[in-house]
Design a protein around this ligand. Structure first.
Ligand code: BGC
Length: 245
């Protein structure tokens, strides 16, 4: 029987929300989105999240994923959202806004949870590195299907800067890199991941993976690479799955 929960994915550029059948991982509504406000303070973001949720009537717990380290419901970093979030108990804040329990977690971790449960990593026992390419680069590590939460591998230093300032999807569009120029950067990043983590599988996520067929032939690393099954929707699906427990 379908069990439908609301999933919300706050990103550096957009907020996405959808209803998810957590028994199948399928979206049970259209995916709504709104631009992330600038500055993306709690006061500015919460009404946007609430407005999207109001268009997707649901009951039960809510899953909300966020582009930050989240420890015990609290936001601990803010690379691509307003620094006013640091220290905020996002789980408590959102629970008050929704009047329902909220599971609050890192966005890449949520995307990885969706992929390992229902998508590109399903049934893969070995070490998996999920990387999401968006405004930043998010990471999620899995072994035997279990998540090691809050890895921040987009902040590994490369070329004297955070890797995400060198190879994110945002950097590709901002610098108007073509696929081959961007993939050169991604290859360098993947090579670092390979040398440090030796996964069996890389899953690449983020909206950019809708174009996976265009750029996949340009990617080279020892471990297998698969595109995220849920592409840019993985965060929404994974947040809802996390809320289901
Ligand atoms: C943040 C991560 C997040 C990633 C993707 C990074 O800048 O530090 O927590 O997962 O962006 O949004």
């Amino acid at each position: 029987m379908a069990y439908i929960l609301l999933g919300v994915d706050v990103g550096g550029s957009s907020v996405k929300a959808g209803l998810v059948d957590v028994t199948s991982g399928e979206l049970a509504s259209e995916l709504l989105s709104a631009p992330t406000p600038v500055p993306s303070t709690p006061d500015a973001l919460m009404p946007i999240i609430a407005a999207l949720a109001a268009r997707l009537p649901s009951s039960g717990p809510v899953g909300l994923c966020f582009p930050s380290v989240v420890k015990n419901g609290k936001v601990r970093t803010a690379a691509n959202v307003a620094s006013a979030w640091i220290g905020v108990d996002g789980a408590a804040l959102a629970s008050r806004a929704f009047g329902r329990p909220v599971t609050f977690l890192n966005d890449a971790d949520a995307a990885g949870v969706a992929e390992v449960r229902w998508g590109a990593g399903r049934g893969v026992p070995g070490p998996i590195v999920m990387l999401t390419f968006g405004t930043g680069i998010g990471s999620a590590l899995f072994i035997e299907g279990e998540l090691y939460p809050n890895t921040e591998l987009g902040h590994l230093e490369m070329r004297g800067m955070d890797a995400e300032k060198w190879a994110s999807a945002h950097v590709r569009t901002a610098l108007r890199l073509d696929w081959s120029q961007w993939c050169e950067r991604v290859n360098e990043y993947l090579a670092r991941m390979q040398a440090l983590l030796w996964p069996d599988l890389f899953i690449l996520g983020g909206a950019v993976t809708e174009h996976f067929a265009d750029f996949a032939p340009l990617l080279h690393v020892e471990a297998e690479i698969r595109p995220a099954h849920f592409t840019g929707q993985a965060g929404v699906v994974g947040a809802a799955l996390a809320a289901a427990g």
